[in-house]
Design a protein around this ligand. Sequence first.
Ligand SMILES: Nc1ncnc2c1ncn2[C@@H]1O[C@H](COP(=O)(O)OP(=O)(O)OP(=O)(O)O)[C@@H](O)[C@H]1O
Length: 221
Amino acid sequence: MLSLRQVHKAFSTPQGELPVLNGIDLSLDEGESLALMGESGSGKSTLLHLAAGLDVPDQGSIKIDGQNLAQLDDAARAQLRCHQLGLVFQQFHLVPSLKVIDNLRLQARLAQREDPEWTNHLIHRLGLSGRESVYPEQLSGGQQQRLAIGRALAVRPRLLLADEPTGNLDEQSADTVLGLLLELVAETRCALLMVTHSARVAAPLDRLVRLKRGHLQDEPA
Ligand SMILES: Nc1ncnc2c1ncn2[C@@H]1O[C@H](COP(=O)(O)OP(=O)(O)OP(=O)(O)O)[C@@H](O)[C@H]1O
């Protein structure tokens, strides 16, 4: 459902061209979960941004459900992101002026894919029943990230892209949030590509790949 073929990406810096990805091949099947590890600066977020269509590769192709992102215009890419992708980042990126329930509904509303029954189920699964009308700042960090995960899954995306989703949480909250994320991903049967620095976080996922000097290496999960 996600396929990268010979993807190259370099950035222009004051010191000259910085090659980051040097021919990445990666496939992710429906419902499969993949951990992406690698040293700081190895290009993990760059790869995730390319998969999300937030940036474009210099060379190579990126397909989601057979659609080549390079052949879509900005509007079509945004549409695909809205309908097929869920994004979760280390910073929760909740809207501070919106109540919990409205943050949860946000992406589904934009995608015109609201499903009150699923939203209610999510609120319950996120452990936020009774907190629907509070604002994000009144939630703990773990609760905020659970809400961000729920928002990403409210559209029942085909693919969830997560960049260090537990990186901002203490170990106990991280475990709770990761457990919930994996349960909801299994429940919605969406594929998961997760960037993490932690072998512990990567362990329950189906596969593990490591970025090194612009190339991907498969590792035993
Ligand atoms: N827009 C940009 N312009 C110039 N250089 C960039 C840009 N984005 C990323 N880089 C550089 O590309 C390299 C890879 O960055 P990236 O954020 O993908 O790494 P990462 O593996 O996610 O790192 P970390 O684990 O620290 O988050 C880094 O050297 C970074 O400085």
